[in-house]
Design a protein around this ligand. Structure first.
Ligand code: WT7
Length: 631
């Protein structure tokens, strides 16, 4: 890499190899983004072509209207890389957590057979096109098989992160109306065996699930005896491909609807150009398939590109702190994609843990999920990338289906703490409250024609779709809920969410979701949850709950923490619960969460006279001050 001022550019050698080498692509694409995406889409496999590229009836829009395809045909028999060429190549490398268990490598051919067997098994159970099917699986090869099998027959996968609690599983299953759930008996996490089956059995209560398909980790699958041929279902571009839930401003998670045509096009091309996938690449995306990053970049994108994707069951620092680095070396990973929270953890362990690791094969590094600070960027660049690998800081959301902002590895430029340039064909804006281009910073929006992979709706909640994304600005402007600024060089810097979403170790949570869980405690009627900055995890949830009862406070605090774990899962565990007499409120009764955060951050509070209860502030300052002293 070459440095000029605070910008980094790729070395000549990397430039030569890259798919995209000419920055003219940006101006060309923006001249007519629809035509640009149509040209890209044409390279993929379609049973029949679309009749119209794009249609916009705000807030709704469609891509590749009337086109018919199937994502699994594009992964397998009609792969752009050539089926005969990739058949015997490794598609999947599964690394189990226990060191004494063997890695499993699955070729494209073997994976295809498994997918078809599983598809036939699902068909026999009566699963049909459009049916929603829940998947509650850990990181084992079968999660890939199950997702692709459902896609093969046109059913809609609804993956629920395996570390979500039974309650969290239940509300998602209820919303989808799924009648079938695919789950597993157990898996390993930090040396412990987690009983997933028990959680699943609990989670399906009071849902429509009639059949639970149980996979026994490491043993024969239920679909072993099925035929290994199953023709692909021809899917319309705008048919549902999957639903994935994510957290919004209120307590209830939103089912993001992604469709067959647009998602396929975006998953294929963003992977190819951003990670610069070449036939010999071994790609490791550390995200769990329960999140969108895992859907698109651990599974769909690398497989569409005919390369090997590595998935690892366990924790990145288990059983040893440099487990992740050992995996990179052992499996000759060439492209590594992870989250800032992981990078900060690696950095915290110190340089020693890296002394045995060479990273000889790495050529590209990626980051995603939250802003990466400059010092972590530099550490990642120097210690892992050995100053040779570009750092792709990729911005996107569950809603966007694929990456929308990231500089390209053959072009750059890269700048610490900046995500880079919008992908060719993507129009973004940064607007002030009035909807005018912001002078310095403002809200990040996406302008028509958006992106082929952008969500088409929130499942069964049109009103919320409209309100969350399309009502902030004039019709037809997608509001991301992120604040951002432009660098002089046209690079975008993401400043963080402007709504009530927090990122805890890269996991997206809504403070409203936690508040609902806390309020379900019989002695609590009002509370506020805020995200407090944390060096490793980015943010941590802190609870402030009003309690005036007589029971021992420590007991109540513990019950609240247990409730959050039960309702959402251990990833949402509050760092601290403050039981207080009162919370600062406006005269209309709204709790001022911002004041709580400002007290924590030691900011000047300004005019409090508009509060209904300014007296509440002093007591909170004392409580927070005392707690900080005790740390
Ligand atoms: C939110 C979306 C799909 C990517 C994984 C997270 C934040 C995402 C970045 C980045 C700064 C980022 C935004 C966004 N975010 N990538 N590179 N730099 N912030 O998807 O869980 O739906 O979260 O993650 O705030 O809105 P998600």
């Amino acid at each position: 890499m070459m440095k000029k001022g605070n910008l980094y550019y790729p070395a000549e050698e990397a430039k030569k190899k890259a798919w995209v080498k000419d920055k003219k692509i940006y101006s060309d694409a923006l001249k007519d983004p629809v035509k640009f995406w149509e040209k890209l889409a044409k390279e993929l496999f379609w049973f029949s072509p679309w009749k119209k590229g794009f249609e916009h009836k705000p807030p709704h829009f469609k891509w590749f209207l009337g086109g018919k395809t199937n994502i699994t045909s594009n992964i397998f028999e009609n792969n752009l890389a050539g089926w005969e060429k990739i058949k015997q190549k490794t598609a999947l490398i599964w690394v189990p957590e226990p060191n004494n268990e063997k890695t499993r490598k699955v070729t494209y051919d073997a994976l295809f057979k498994e997918v078809q067997k599983c598809a036939n098994y699902l068909k026999k159970l009566g699963v049909k096109k459009g049916d929603r099917v829940g998947i509650y699986l850990p990181i084992i090869p079968e999660i890939v098989v199950a997702m692709l099998a459902l896609a093969r027959i046109g059913a809609v996968h609804c993956v629920v992160f395996s570390a979500f609690s039974p309650d969290a599983l239940r509300i998602r299953l209820q919303d989808t109306g799924a009648k079938v759930l695919i789950t597993a008996d157990n898996y390993y996490r930090k040396g412990k065996i987690i009983d997933l089956e028990a959680q699943a059995r609990e989670g399906v209560k009071q849902t429509k699930v009639k059949k639970v398909i149980l996979i026994k980790r490491g043993r024969n699958n239920p679909w072993q005896k099925e035929k290994d041929f199953c023709p692909p279902r021809s899917m319309d571009s705008e048919d549902l491909q999957f639903i994935l839930y994510t957290s919004g401003s209120t307590g209830k998670p939103k089912g993001c609807m992604h469709v067959c045509g647009g998602y396929l096009v975006q998953a294929y091309w963003t992977g190819k150009w951003i990670f610069d996938f070449h036939p010999q690449d071994i790609f490791w995306c550390t995200s769990d398939p329960g999140w969108i990053t895992g859907h698109t970049y651990a599974i769909y994108s690398p497989l569409l590109n005919g390369i090997a994707t590595l998935i690892y069951e366990g924790a990145l620092d288990w059983p040893e702190p440099n487990k992740w680095a050992k995996i990179i070396d052992k499996h000759k990973v060439t492209i590594f994609y992870t989250a800032p929270t992981a990078i900060r953890m690696f950095k915290r362990y110190g340089g020693d843990v890296l002394s045995d690791n060479k990273f000889n094969y790495l050529r590209i590094l990626g980051s995603v999920g939250e802003p990466i600070d400059e010092s972590s960027w530099i550490w990642y660049f120097e210690k892992v990338g050995r100053k040779k690998c570009p750092i792709l800081d990729t911005w996107w959301q569950t809603e966007t289906g694929g990456i929308l902002i990231s500089s390209l590895p053959g072009l750059g430029p890269f700048r610490p703490a900046f995500t880079g340039l919008p992908f060719p064909g993507i129009k973004v804006g940064i607007l002030d409250e009035k909807g005018l281009p912001a002078l310095r910073e403002g809200n990040l929006v996406i302008l028509a024609p958006f992106a082929p992979g952008l969500l088409r709706g929130i499942y069964k909640d049109e009103e919320r779709y409209m309100k969350t994304y399309w009502s902030q600005y004039p019709k037809g402007t997608y509001f991301t809920s992120d604040a951002a600024l432009w660098g002089k060089d046209g690079l975008v810097r993401i400043l963080g969410r402007v709504d009530d979403v927090i990122k805890v170790a890269g996991h997206r949570l809504a403070t409203g979701e936690l508040e609902e869980a806390v309020n379900s405690h019989p002695d609590i009627t009002e509370c506020a949850v805020i995200g407090i900055p944390d060096e490793i995890k980015g943010e941590l949830p802190f609870v402030f709950a009003i309690y005036s009862g007589k029971r021992v406070k420590e007991e109540i605090e513990k019950e609240i923490i247990d409730l959050v774990r039960k309702k959402i899962g251990p990833i949402a565990s509050p760092q601290k619960v403050f039981l207080v007499g009162d919370l600062p409120k406006t005269r209309s009764g709204k709790i001022m969460r911002r004041i709580l955060k400002d007290i924590w951050l030691g900011k000047k509070l300004g005019d409090l006279s508009t509060l209904a209860n300014p007296g509440s502030v002093n007591k909170l300052e004392d409580a927070i001050g005392n707690f900080k002293k005790s740390l």
